[in-house]
Ligand binder design. Sequence first.
Ligand code: PLP
Length: 372
Amino acid sequence: MNARIYFDHNATVPLRPEAAAAVGHALELCGNPSSVHAAGRESRRMVEDAREQIAGLVGASVANVILTSGGTEASNLALRAARAARVLVGATEHDSVLAAPDRADLVPVDPNGITRLDLLERMLSAEEGPALVSIMHANNETGAFQPVSEIADLCRRHGALFHCDAVQTAGKMPVSMDALGADMISLSSHKLGGPQGVGALVLARDIELDAILRGGGQERRRRGGTENTIGIAGFGAAAEAAARDLPAEAGLAALRDEMEGAINAIDPEVRIFGAGVERLPNTSCLAMAGIAAETQVMAFDLEGICVSAGAACSSGKIQASHVLGAMGVEAALARTAIRISLGCGNDMAQIRRFVAAWGRLYERRQSVASAA
Ligand code: PLP
């Protein structure tokens, strides 16, 4: 039996040993970080050390790191708590951004999923009061990068706040608050090898936020509730380890390109979404027309390979991905898209095993089509 191959790092990254060790240590402490006695101070130190490690990953100041329960809460905080008269969100954003504001206008993208800057500028020019714009750094399904510094410039010129969901880039490539030019960015621990259920909203400066979770005044009154010390310790350790391992992440492009080249040699008509633009080195989103994404995911799972469907599944009903829909991909083809997202534990032998499995599925499709 072949060992399992994990190609779903954009869904969650395996826990790093450094994070596991930090979690183990945190489990042995018992103080509440708000308590003034020695046990409380020990917990507080652990939280503040982790905050420093997280700030270090993105070049932020520690006072501007707000610890949350994950990327979803971070984006909800940015979109619900910042003061703005209207909200503009990219059409290919993650659901945690799309669903956060009570009302938002969608900023269209081009066929590669890149923000239409001309349309964003037109929307920002409308005299409807200061806006909050939320556009991600790289897309979780296709890996396509958004032109974030141009977006930041536009926002600055129009007096708008700019929030950027950097959940898929932090820990996979260098991310700097300064270079992004965003006012706020969202991070998620489990996307960079920390535990699930912890994340951060990082601010470029002290931006006024009306807390969503109100209570004990933690996180400088911006997020109430006793800190998840265990998760935070793991997040901090993972952030530090991720910063060290960035060069290895860049090397994943060679594996991804080899895979796409080999699949393209089997089926020259295969559609690889976002292939024409700069993408995350680890991500590939491709369609095997005629076979539902769920069927492909199950077929690969039977071969011991974990990939994910590009299509979202909600309440038992398979829906075409809104990301591919916004890019103008027809729904029937979008329902056949799968996502392969690599990580540092993957190697060329695994890529070859996957390509062979992909080829077998493709042959089956061809023989069914010719028998029909
Ligand atoms: N933003 C993006 C781009 C994501 O891919 C995800 C997770 O899939 C999230 C936000 C949500 O992060 P979390 O799982 O920490 O809530």
